[in-house]
Design a protein around this ligand. Structure first.
Ligand code: GLU
Length: 452
């Protein structure tokens, strides 16, 4: 039997090797680091996990596709973007994970997201493997016609790699209902198949699940509430800072408000808004979802209770709870210090990897309840899997049924993470609990299926 410290040394060597084999992919290195620094206790306790080559298989995607996406803008000018789909692990089911359209997208970003997705999807308890894709295309300021032509070109290559039993993409940053519609249309046209289960996040009238748009944000609030309950508290009357103003942020604010908390902020890359009365969701949805505008317009139209702060960090706003819902590495060590100084009780990640490793360590050391994204934001992909189930059965469930399922999945993820952390000697450490519980499920499936 190897000891924990021997195992950690092996994992540290492996991390160095990962950095060498995957140069210039800092986000992937960070995601690998965050998982591997917590696995020593479980690997040391089960010799089959420690077998040479096993963790090496886990950190190597099963398949990576990179392709050219040429498209014409409204003036007839040709643009060339890069498309990606990383099919990371299919031991538990078809690859599952979103598509991100954002100028910051590169292979390292997609790999970090795909790697996270393996464990997140395992934690849902449903039959979905891990994958992620996207493009460095920037939808901001593009017309609907341009977005449609881009999506059609993107799908003209992607279609050959996906399928309801193979790989099932969905949305992520920059990919919402509009983009999923264009992508689905082109898939249907090329393949001549009405294959509902090939994409999730579809419109409710043509195969989409009710509550899918809300699921990530709602789920994160339920996870935060469960962490608070462990400490004998609830959401009622708590002040919350939320970053971002996309799908995740909007439905996080909606659920916080419904459960009696006061969500006072939202943000985008131009700055943040503080609204002492609580964010007015109708106004925010109008600006972000209908007009596709920026958050400064919110402060302009809301009146005296709101102000816009250009640049700056939303984490400077004092609050009981912080729910980062924008993007990776948006909450660093300095922000964590500010949150701790202002007495934050819980931080729950709506986005993927929004807190840096250093920030996570600081928050945990200060006794703040910290919900890692792969557990806290798993509600989105969980309802995607429920959408797949509805599609396979050619049926659709009521929003009440989907919401009940979502709530029970989030409760069970919280319990699993909580109990696993305790079992491995790290009580209250949801990062360790999530990583080990997700790892055990996927690792056991990989071992059972042989060297693949
Ligand atoms: N992009 C979301 C995530 O990060 C959802 C993925 C999905 O629904 O497949 O989990």
């Amino acid at each position: 039997m190897t000891t924990r410290s021997e195992t950690q040394t092996t994992l540290d060597h492996l991390l160095t090797e990962i950095e060498h084999r995957n140069p210039a992919q800092p986000e992937f290195h960070q995601a690998a680091h965050e998982v591997l620094e917590t696995l020593a206790p479980v690997i040391a306790s089960r010799p089959e996990y420690a077998e040479p080559g096993f963790i090496e298989r886990l950190v190597e995607p099963e398949r990576q596709v990179i392709f050219r996406v040429p498209w014409q803008d409204d003036q007839g000018r040709v643009h060339v973007n890069r498309g990606f789909r990383v099919e990371f692990n299919s031991a538990l089911g078809p690859y599952k994970g979103g598509l991100r359209f954002h100028p910051s997208v590169n292979l390292g970003v997609i790999k970090f997201l795909g790697f996270e997705q393996i464990f997140k999807n395992a934690l849902t308890g449903l039959g979905i493997g891990g994958g992620k894709g996207g493009s460095d295309f920037d939808p901001h300021g593009r017309s609907d016609a341009e977005v449609m032509r881009f999506c059609q070109s993107f799908m003209t290559e992607l279609y050959r790699h996906i399928g309801e039993h193979t790989d099932v993409p969905a949305g992520d940053i920059g990919v919402g209902g509009r983009e999923i519609g264009y992508l689905f249309g082109q898939y249907r046209r090329i393949t001549n198949r009405w294959e509902a289960g090939v994409l999730t996040g579809k419109g409710a009238g043509w195969g989409g699940s009710l509550i899918r748009p809300e699921a990530t944000g709602y789920g994160n609030v339920l996870f935060a509430a469960a962490m608070l309950r462990e400490r004998g508290e609830d959401l009622e009357g708590q002040t919350a800072v939320v970053s971002g103003s996309g799908n995740v942020a909007i439905y996080t604010i909606e659920k916080l408000t419904a459960l009696g908390a006061n969500a006072v902020t939202c943000s985008d890359s131009s700055g943040y808004v503080v609204d002492e009365k609580g964010i007015d969701l109708d106004l925010l949805k109008q600006i972000k979802e209908v007009e596709r505008g920026r958050v400064d317009a919110y402060a302009e139209r809301r009146g005296a209770s709101a102000r816009f702060v250009a640049g700056g960090s939303v984490w400077d706003v004092p609050a009981d709870l912080a729910l980062p819902s924008a993007t990776q590495n948006e909450l660093d060590e300095k922000d964590a210090e500010t949150l701790i100084r202002n007495g934050v009780k819980a931080v729950s990640e709506g986005a993927n990897m929004p807190a840096t490793l250093e920030a996570v360590h600081l928050l945990q050391k200060a006794g703040v309840a910290f919900g890692p994204g792969k557990a806290a934001n798993a509600g989105g992909v969980a309802v995607s899997a429920l959408e797949m189930a509805q599609n396979h059965a050619r049926t659709s469930w009521t929003s009440q049924r989907v919401e009940e399922e979502l709530a029970s999945i989030m409760t069970s993820i919280h319990t699993t993470c909580h109990d696993t952390a305790e079992r491995y000697g790290a009580p209250g450490d949801y990062v360790t609990g999530a990583n080990i519980a997700g790892f055990e499920r996927v690792a056991d499936a990989m071992l059972a299926q042989g060297v693949i």
